[in-house]
Design a protein around this ligand. Structure first.
Ligand code: SF4
Length: 298
């Protein structure tokens, strides 16, 4: 089986390499979090709506206006959101979130999304005066979602949230929950988009020069330029992840205490005895000197 590093491992490494080690080498996992479950539901709903968008757009006629198109999107989104919530009911109950409450908390995202898509379609109709099948065939951009992609050559694989397809090329889009930084995008999100650009360039045989992160909580769409430095950073990071997974050396605790404060693995991670026990299990033949690497590894 050829080696593949997932793109999410690259961003996890750049966030906290010790956490990646705890998860991938020790097999420890954070307890489920409400925000994570809601994020999964949002992703699943986006994925479903993109799959039914073709039939929705094909029903649009010259009798439609912004309000009717908006309603059609919203009805579709709310039905698919209910489906996604039902599929995740056990995860929701594990974080003690009522299904109806989850529905009302997530629906506002899809009201805004319905508005954006309806506006785009009205603008496109006004410019081209086309409807139904012809409207769908010529509509720009088309959006593919949850696009699985991998490369033996790059030793990478991942699932791209959305790809917008324009006549001039494709653009990767990442959908993120949580707050956006003051400017630009978070470093780990930049790495993800850089990795997707590399994978897309190889698959589509065309340069990918830009990408976007949509911060769902604030509905902000932030641009990022993909340049050769970012692509090299991704390749270097992949080598570091490979090394982390194979050399069995526990990385130091994060210097940024804020990261540890909100980390679900903090109790285990900061437990020196547990770390030593897990390291011993991993490499029973290593001496204690070999197990550590210089300063405090715990
Ligand atoms: S507690 Fe801190 S160092 Fe440990 S895994 Fe979490 S973020 Fe990383």
């Amino acid at each position: 089986m050829p080696l593949r590093i997932t793109v999410s491992m690259l961003s996890a490494y750049s966030y906290c390499k010790r956490k990646l080690f705890l998860e991938k080498v020790f097999g420890l996992f954070e307890p489920e979090k409400e925000a994570l479950v809601k994020g999964t539901i949002r992703h699943a709903t986006y994925d479903k709506v993109n799959k039914v968008e073709e039939s929705l757009v094909k029903t649009i006629t010259d009798k439609d206006n912004f309000d009717t198109i908006y309603e059609r999107y919203l009805n579709t989104y709310s039905k698919l959101l209910r489906d996604s919530i039902a599929e995740n009911k056990y995860r929701l109950s594990s974080v003690k979130l009522d299904l109806l409450k989850a529905y009302h908390q997530i629906l506002p995202f899809f009201r805004t999304e319905s508005e954006i898509r309806a506006k785009n379609i009205i603008k496109f109709i006004e410019a081209n005066n086309i409807y139904g099948e012809e409207l769908w065939n010529k509509l720009i951009p088309k959006i593919s979602s949850e696009f699985a992609i991998e490369s033996e050559n790059l030793e990478l694989k991942g699932i791209i949230d959305q790809i917008e397809q324009y006549p001039a090329g494709s653009v990767p889009i990442e959908l993120k929950t949580g707050k956006a930084p003051e400017n630009g995008i978070w470093p780990s999100h930049k790495i993800q988009l850089g990795a997707y650009a590399l994978l897309m360039e190889e698959k589509f045989k065309t340069p990918i020069n830009e990408g976007f992160v949509v911060y769902l909580d604030t509905r902000e769409r932030r641009h990022i330029q993909i340049n050769p430095f970012l692509k090299q950073e991704v390749k270097d990071l992949k080598e570091k992840v490979k090394l982390l997974l194979t050399n069995k050396q526990l990385p130091d605790i994060e210097s940024n205490e804020n990261k540890c404060a909100k980390c679900g693995l903090k109790d285990k991670c900061h437990n020196k005895e547990l770390m030593q026990t897990l390291l011993k299990k991993l490499e029973p033949s290593l001496s204690s000197e070999e197990r550590g690497h210089g300063k405090d590894n715990n």
